[in-house]
Design a binder for this molecule. Structure first.
Ligand code: SF4
Ligand code: SF4
Length: 179
């Protein structure tokens, strides 16, 4: 068993009743992640997207989560205020079955990184309606586990740089089909 270590877990609490669909969160997220930083803004590049149903005054911000190499076989259907939503509507994954949370030019998956390096996530800062609120808690994790995860992420990143993301994604897709 490895040593226990304290880790700060960040999450963003979303209050859909406070969101008015202004999409400031999408804009600032895409600007922050533009290269160079703040050189452009394009909500298609944001790691958050707001699902909107203006006639019913429904707005649901969804954060980009993990990349998945294969689409899932069990899906959920939501009915909100009488409207039925597409079964993938609120999913956080960057997935082969749809275009959401993919960099529009390269097709690379997008994932929320909590605005790494910033004191506060920018979408939280720019949401003037307080629909997004940062929460932080401390958790004890196995040091080895954390290190393995970090190494895996660094490993994938350098593989992607060397061979191109598409090749890595294809290889992952093939591997997941063999299971
Ligand atoms: S900035 Fe806040 S109110 Fe505006 S769309 Fe995003 S979550 Fe909703
Ligand atoms: S926390 Fe940062 S990276 Fe994540 S969605 Fe908000 S602005 Fe984008």
């Amino acid at each position: 068993m490895g040593e226990k270590k304290k880790k700060t877990i960040k999450s963003i609490k979303i209050d859909v009743d406070k969101c008015n669909g202004c999409r400031a969160c999408e804009l600032v997220c895409s600007a922050f992640h533009a290269a160079p930083k703040y050189s452009s803004n394009n909500p298609a590049r944001a790691r958050i997207r707001v699902i909107s149903e203006p006639l019913k005054d429904i707005y649901v911000p969804v954060y980009a989560g993990e990349y998945t190499a294969a689409e899932c076989s069990g899906r959920d259907k939501y009915t909100i205020d009488g409207k039925e939503y597409d079964e993938c509507a609120f999913c956080r994954a960057s997935c082969p079955s749809r275009d959401e949370f993919k960099e529009p030019d390269s097709g690379l998956p997008l994932k929320c990184d909590m605005c790494e390096g910033e004191e506060e996530p920018l979408c939280v800062k720019w949401c003037l309606n307080d629909a997004l609120v940062l929460e932080e808690r401390e958790e004890e994790v196995e040091e080895e586990e954390e290190q393995e995860q970090e190494e895996l992420e660094i490993g994938l990143e350098s593989l992607a740089k060397k061979h191109g993301m598409q090749k890595i994604m294809d290889a992952l897709a093939r591997m997941s089909k063999k299971d």
